[in-house]
Design a protein around this ligand. Structure first.
Ligand code: GGG
Length: 357
């Protein structure tokens, strides 16, 4: 009997989700088997997603949140499929979990791997590694608004989508970002808004950032508009360490970051409930990729990197470092899936990562 058993809910969901979740599970199980009985993972897989929606009219069970509540962590694949409108699939599963389990911090490292060619002009030997911290509970994803006035006739409908910024929501994600920065070599937090145009919520964000920053005099700061930050990701990425931004801005910037590193398939992410009142959820940043789903071509690195974030969440930091080193050894050896210029399939990359563990 292992000393520590971690109960994990696996939710592969749609498309390549199944392939990459299987890859991450193989790595975690290999680590557990080699741990000399120190820890193990007990898995429960849930069949939720767009296929489930087509059969039942729901993206997850009605009492799905109750089913998930007592797991130590959730390991998620990807949501979305052409047969179901994207706002139904996203709100019915991933956002339902993130919002109801108050997973308010979404950590999305941008890491450049050896052996993967970046499209970035300055990607020479300069080490590039930064983290996007996404406010994951409010902002543009608060789900506030409505559609009305349809009685005015065709072509006259009106929709409102309101962003919500609370002082508490801003402050907790900023303190999270500053604490993260303190543990990194470059102690710097870049705050991103569009407060010149969005003069209420994002000015509140800027004011809270200034107040919180005063409590971290050892951490360098900057406030940058999102358009300028997009340019900085491309032109001066070596100046980045921790980038904190609202829900939508951080989602866009983290996709840009992983594309600059070579592919969306590389990016890992952790949806954390730092208060540990609910399970946190670990998932690759990428979506379900219908164009390559079921062909064994999905890049498993984002999902395996997310498994490393889960290990860190459990305090298994050495094991997390081993997983990352195994990924690096694999990319450095040129064993790559097609999205990053190679010809290996998912299974071959997973085999190599397991061999390098
Ligand atoms: N594994 C991440 C995933 O499935 N993402 C789907 C998606 O469309 N996400 C939108 C968002 O997070 O804003």
């Amino acid at each position: 009997m292992a000393a520590q058993e971690f109960k994990i809910a696996a939710i592969p969901a749609d498309g390549v989700g199944a392939e990459v979740v299987a890859a991450g599970r193989a790595v975690l199980d290999a680590l557990a088997s080699g741990s000399g009985g120190r820890f193990s993972f007990s898995w429960t897989e849930f069949p939720w997603g767009c296929g489930y929606y087509e059969k039942t009219g729901r993206m997850m069970d009605e009492d799905g949140l109750e089913e998930l509540r007592n797991f130590d962590a959730l390991y998620f694949g990807a949501v979305g499929w052409p047969t179901v409108p994207d706002h139904i699939s996203l709100w019915g599963l991933r956002l339902r979990i993130c919002q109801n389990f108050d997973q308010w911090a979404n950590v999305r490292p941008v890491h450049f791997h050896p052996g993967i060619t970046s499209p970035l002009r300055k990607a020479d030997s300069t080490p590039l590694d930064w983290v996007v911290v996404r406010e994951n509970s409010e902002g543009e994803y608060a789900g506030l608004g409505g559609r009305n006035l349809a009685a005015r006739g065709p072509g006259n409908e009106v929709a409102l989508q309101t962003a919500l910024f609370t002082e508490k929501g801003c402050e907790r994600i900023m303190r999270f970002a500053f604490d993260l920065a303190r543990g990194r070599e470059r102690k710097k937090v870049s705050s991103v808004t569009k407060s010149n145009a969005q003069q209420y919520g994002m000015v509140l964000w800027d004011e809270v950032f200034e107040r919180v920053a005063a409590d971290y005099p050892d951490v360098e700061t900057e406030s940058v508009l999102v358009d300028a930050m997009s340019a900085k990701f491309v032109l001066k990425p070596e100046d980045l360490s921790v980038v904190v931004a609202s829900n939508l801005n951080a989602d866009i910037l983290s996709d840009l970051g992983s594309a600059l590193a070579g592919s969306l398939g590389l990016a890992a992410s952790a949806n954390l409930n730092p208060d540990r009142l609910f399970p946190s959820m670990f998932e690759p940043v990428h979506g379900s990729a219908p164009d390559i789903a079921g062909q064994g071509l999905a890049n498993p690195i984002g999902a395996i990197g997310s498994a490393a974030l889960m290990l860190e969440h459990f305090g298994l930091t050495e094991e997390a470092a081993r997983v990352r080193a195994a990924i690096e050894a694999t990319t450095a050896a040129g064993l790559l899936t097609p999205d990053v210029g190679g010809s290996a399939g998912t299974d071959r990359v997973v085999e190599a990562i397991l061999a390098n563990l």
